[in-house]
Design a binder for this molecule. Structure first.
Ligand code: SIN
Length: 477
C-alpha cells in the first residue's frame, strides 16, 4: 500500500505553497492539507489537444487491452483503499467509514466497465433488400470532459471516467476545488495501471474559465457534469453552439414516503440511511419525509431517538458517524432552512443548532409539523436535517411528492406489494427506493428527470453515453 505522500505524488500537487497553487483544506479543522496547481486556459487547451492524439491511440487498442488496464486500476484502488479513504476524509470531511465505502463504490465502477468494455457490440439489421447488408457499429465519441462535485470526490470521477475509457474515449476531469486530492490520487494509480496521463488528465483552476474552455472547444465532444441545477443549465446552454453530447446529474428534492403499513424498523433505518449519508450532503438524500397519520407520532419519536444518538466529529475518528459540512456557507443554508420552518410552525425535536465542535459542524436535526409552504419543501437542504411531514392518503402524498421541479431519487416504505408498484409508477423520479434508503451501485442506471438532469450513469446504460452509433449500408448485389 502506498503512503499518502506517494498517492499524491503528482506534478500538480505540492505540500508547500507555490506561485500558482490553490490551497486545499480540511473542513473539520481548517488546516491546509496541500496545494494544487491552478492551470491557465492555455495550459488546459494544450492538454485537450494532447488528449486528442492520446485518444486515437487508445481507441486503436483492442477492447481486451483496455479492459486489462482498467482491471489493474481497479486492483490498485482496492490495494490503496485505506489511504485513499484518509485523503478523502481529510479534504471532504465524511466519516472514514463512509470514505472506505466510497472507495469501494468508486472501484466498483472501474470493475463494471472493465467487464463492459468487451461487450460493446453492434447489430446486424434485417435488410429490406437481398442485395444489401445493414449494420450498426459503436465507436467512442472521442475526447470527453467531466466536471465533478465535492460530495463524492472519488466515485463521481470513476462513474464517468471508467465508461469513457472502456469505450475508447479520453477524459479531462475538473474536480471540485474543495476536493481535488482524491482526483489526483486516483490519477496517480491510473497512470501506474497503464492509462496514459495525456488520456486521463486532472485540471484545477477557475471553474468558470475551465467550463467555458470545455464547452467552446470543438475537440471535446461530450461533457458529463454532476452538480447544481443552476450550473448544469449554464453548461447545457453554452454547449449548444457545439452540439455536444451532455450528461447532467443535478439537484434533487427527494421525497420519502412512509405508509402506515410499513415495517417500522426497516423504515426508520431506511430514512436514517437516506437522510444522513454523507451528513445529508448527497443529491439522493431524503429531503422531505412524508409519514402517514396513523404512525406519525411514533415515527417522530423513533427518528428523534436515532438521530440524537448519531456521533458527530472529525471524520478521521473511527467512531464518527457524521463529519463537518463542507464549508460555512453550507451551515448558513441549513440554519436558514431551519429558521424558516420554525417561523412557519415546525417543531425542532432534536439538534437545530451549530455544534461546539467547530464552525463547520451542525447537530443532526429532526423537525416535525412540516408544511408545504416551508423552504425545505421546495429546496434541497444538503445538510443533516430530517423534516417530517404528516399525510393522510396515498393520492394526497403522491401529489405532494411530485410537486417539485426536481426528479432524481424518491423512496417509499410499505409492506403492500400492489402499493409498491402503484406508487413507484406514479412517482415522477428517475430512481425509486422501495423499503430501502440506499439505492446507489455500479450496476444500476443513476440519473434523474425534469430539472434533475439528463442521461444515466452506471450499469449497461452508462457506457452508451460515451459511444456513437454508426450505420453501415453495404450493397452486395
Ligand atoms: C450524488 O450525490 O451526486 C451521488 C450520490 C450517489 O451516487 O449515491
Amino acid at each position: 500500500m502506498k503512503s499518502i505522500e506517494q498517492l499524491l505524488n503528482h506534478p500538480n500537487v505540492q505540500f508547500t505553497p507555490f506561485s500558482d497553487g490553490l490551497p486545499v483544506d480540511n473542513p473539520a479543522t481548517g488546516d491546509i492539507i496541500a496545494y494544487v496547481k491552478h492551470s491557465s486556459t492555455q495550459e488546459i487547451t494544450h492538454q485537450i489537444e494532447q488528449a486528442q492524439s492520446a485518444q486515437r491511440e487508445w481507441a486503436s487498442k483492442t477492447a481486451l487491452e483496455r479492459a486489462d488496464i482498467l482491471w489493474e486500476w481497479y486492483r490498485l484502488l482496492k490495494e490503496n483503499k485505506e489511504n485513499l479513504a484518509r485523503i478523502m476524509t481529510m479534504e471532504q470531511g465524511k466519516s472514514i467509514t463512509e470514505s472506505r465505502g466510497e472507495i469501494d463504490y468508486a472501484a466498483g465502477f472501474i470493475r463494471w466497465y472493465a467487464e463492459e468494455a468487451r461487450r460493446i457490440d453492434g447489430d446486424i439489421l434485417t435488410s429490406l433488400k437481398n442485395t444489401q447488408k445493414l449494420m450498426v457499429i459503436k465507436q467512442p465519441v472521442g475526447v470527453t470532459a467531466a466536471i465533478t462535485p465535492w460530495n463524492f470526490p472519488a466515485s463521481m470521477i470513476t462513474r464517468k471516467a471508467a465508461p469513457a475509457l472502456a469505450a475508447g474515449c479520453a477524459m479531462i476531469v475538473k474536480p471540485a476545488s474543495q476536493t481535488p486530492l482524491s482526483a489526483y490520487a486516483q490519477a496517480v494509480l491510473a497512470y501506474e495501471a497503464g492509462i496514459p496521463p495525456e488520456l486521463f488528465a486532472i485540471v484545477c483552476g477557475n471553474a468558470q474559465e475551465i467550463s467555458n474552455t470545455f464547452t467552446q472547444t470543438p475537440i471535446i465532444r461530450k461533457i458529463s457534469f454532476t452538480g447544481s441545477t443552476d450550473v448544469g443549465i449554464k453548461i447545457y446552454g453554452s454547449s449548444a453552439n457545439q452540439i455536444k453530447k451532455i450528461s447532467l446529474e443535478l439537484g434533487g428534492n427527494a421525497p420519502c414516503i412512509v405508509f402506515d403499513d410499513a415495517d417500522m424498523d426497516k423504515a426508520v433505518q431506511g430514512v436514517m440511511q437516506s437522510k444522513f449519508r454523507n451528513g445529508g450532503q448527497t443529491c439522493v438524500c431524503s429531503n422531505r419525509v412524508y409519514v402517514q397519520a396513523g404512525i406519525y407520532d411514533e415515527f417522530c419519536r423513533r427518528i428523534t431517538e436515532e438521530t440524537s444518538r448519531l456521533k458527530l466529529g472529525n471524520g478521521l475518528d473511527e467512531d464518527t458517524q457524521i463529519g463537518p459540512l463542507i464549508d460555512k456557507k453550507a451551515i448558513v443554508k441549513v440554519e436558514e432552512h431551519i429558521s424558516d420552518a420554525l417561523n412557519k410552525g415546525a417543531r425542532c425535536l432534536t439538534g437545530g443548532k451549530r455544534s461546539s465542535l467547530g464552525s463547520t459542524f451542525f447537530e443532526p436535526t429532526v423537525l416535525s409539523h412540516m408544511t408545504s409552504n416551508m423552504r425545505i419543501a421546495r429546496e434541497e437542504t444538503f445538510g443533516p436535517v430530517c423534516p417530517l411531514f404528516r399525510f393522510e392518503t396515498e393520492s394526497e402524498v403522491i401529489t405532494q411528492a411530485n410537486d417539485t421541479e426536481y426528479g432524481l431519487a424518491s423512496y417509499l416504505f410499505t409492506e403492500d406489494t400492489a402499493r409498491q408498484w402503484r406508487v413507484s409508477e406514479a412517482l415522477e423520479y428517475g430512481m425509486v427506493g422501495i423499503n430501502t434508503g440506499l439505492i446507489s451501485n455500479e450496476v444500476a442506471p443513476f440519473g434523474g428527470i425534469k430539472m434533475s438532469g439528463l442521461g444515466r450513469e452506471g450499469g449497461k446504460y452508462g457506457i452508451e453515453e460515451y459511444l456513437e452509433l454508426k450505420y453501415l449500408c453495404s450493397d452486395i448485389g
